[in-house]
Design a protein around this ligand. Structure first.
Ligand code: ZN
Ligand code: ZN
Length: 458
């Protein structure tokens, strides 16, 4: 018997958490939150409708350290302090940073976020939760005590410390992809899926409906030309970026590209980007990553909350590119502050490189370009800079997703982490069926709706 219940991140992106019940083994895949507020944590209350209490949760598996996959871990730990929490190798320092940062962010945004609910974790709870986490190496089949269940983390090619999770019971097996990318990334292990018999594939589907299939390197090349064009005239560029993963990929691509250029683009890192880049550098070393002493990569320090400090910094440093979090220009973030200093001036540029939540200030900025004014940090900011979007994805394109289905060759696919129209799912199914040369069941998951897959795991 198998039941699958998306508590969040089923037919949307954010707050990923899936409860799976295989016979009497109950486990959670991920425990995320939506970055905007704790209001949007997964609906754990739904879990009580399926099983009686939290002590019946036998394990928690985390695919990677992004907040939309780990942000609710303290909540899970509070409900069941004995539950084993398994995370991929090299992810723990990043999980720690993300959870502590989310606490700081909640406090900072209190004055901006209308939907702030005042939900908070105590520092003791967070540190007890973190000390309970077990890091598991890639490709190491691990047995869960007192069960007949084994699992294995496979490199997922998304960010440092990201994995797909293979879980095998006596009755059957599944793979949860987590967020995945088959494209080569600058500094992390490539996606690698060993050959295993898999009954159920739970697959992210962020870009299943999208037609663009640009490699991260091609996307970066387009971005670099635009950035160079602006900075060589002494103007400034802001690249709001997800602090974890995307920013390190882009920074490394800048550092490498700059080596081949007579007039390199000076890159400055700020916000959480800076601290996470330091963690990448510590975990990977200079040979895999790059030296933080590299001339073309600088870490900004000593700038606080007054927008005039940002403007003065830009006056002192003409022709630079700043990579700063948050990627969606969330109010109160460093990137929103830099945007206040950069957007009013013609000649400057602001370039997005990733996913934008529909309700984020970043998405609103792209929608209201013609209005020449944007509300940021509670202020109306004149909008005269050039704003654009480049695709440097850390997720798989639709084509890559069909390749993954072909490699895993499951009996059934359940799509999560994306809201794709039924028509697009049907087209995707046909493409997969052509590849594997047989019929395949592909199901869309919907938050809070149980999918019964009884016949799979009888
Ligand atoms: Zn992710
Ligand atoms: Zn995600």
């Amino acid at each position: 018997m198998l039941k699958f219940l998306p508590l969040g991140g089923g037919n949307d992106i954010g707050a990923s958490s899936y409860l799976v019940q295989i016979n009497r083994f109950n486990f959670l895949l991920d425990a995320g939150l939506r970055p905007r507020s704790f209001k949007n944590t997964p609906k754990y209350i739904k879990m009580f409708e399926l099983i009686e209490d939290w002590s019946q949760i036998d394990a928690v598996f985390i695919s990677h350290p992004h907040l939309d996959h780990v942000g609710s871990l303290p909540k899970v730990f509070e409900a069941n302090p004995n539950v084993p929490i398994f995370v991929p190798a090299q992810s723990l320092p990043l999980i720690k940073m993300q959870i502590y940062e989310s606490l700081t962010y909640q406090k900072r945004t209190k004055k901006y976020a209308e939907d702030y609910l005042g939900v908070d974790y105590s520092i003791d709870l967070v540190s007890n939760c973190l000390s309970n986490i077990k890091e598991i190496e890639y490709n190491k089949l691990t047995k869960i005590k007192k069960t007949n269940v084994t699992f294995e983390f496979w490199p997922a090619g998304h960010i440092l410390g990201s994995a797909s999770i293979f879980i095998k019971t006596r009755k059957g097996s599944l793979v949860y992809t987590g967020d995945i990318s088959t494209h080569k990334r600058p500094s992390i292990p490539d996606l690698s899926y060993p050959s295993r018999k898999v009954d159920l594939l739970i697959m992210e589907s962020t870009y299943l409906s999208s037609n663009h299939d640009v490699s991260p390197q091609e996307g970066f090349n387009q971005l670099y030309l635009k950035v160079k064009d602006i900075t060589k005239k002494g103007n400034h560029v802001l690249i709001p970026s997800f602090a974890l993963g995307k920013a390190q990929d882009i920074t490394k691509m800048f550092v490498e590209r700059n080596k081949a250029e007579d007039n390199p683009v000076p890159v400055y890192l700020d916000g959480l980007v800076k601290r996470i880049t330091r963690i990448y550098s510590n975990l990977l070393g200079e040979s895999m990553f790059f030296s933080l002493k590299d001339d073309s990569c600088n870490l900004i320090s000593g700038i606080h909350n007054d927008v005039n400090e940002y403007k003065k910094f830009l006056e002192r440093h003409p022709g630079i590119a700043i990579i700063s979090s948050s990627g969606m220009l969330l109010d109160g973030s460093k990137s929103a502050r830099w945007a206040e200093a950069i957007l009013p001036y013609e000649g400057n540029g602001l370039f997005f490189t990733g996913y934008l939540d529909e309700e984020s200030p970043g998405a609103k900025l792209l929608k209201c370009l013609s209005e020449k004014v944007i509300s940021l940090n509670g202020e109306n900011i004149p909008l005269n800079a050039y704003v654009d979007r480049f695709y440097i994805s850390t997720h798989s394109s639709a084509l890559e997703l069909t390749n993954i289905v072909q490699i895993v060759n499951p009996k059934i696919v359940v799509l999560v982490h994306g809201n794709n129209p039924v028509q697009k799912v049907a087209e995707f199914q046909q493409k997969c069926e052509r590849k594997i040369n047989r019929k395949l069941t592909i199901l869309k998951s919907i938050n809070e709706e149980i999918i019964e897959l009884g016949e799979l795991f009888e």
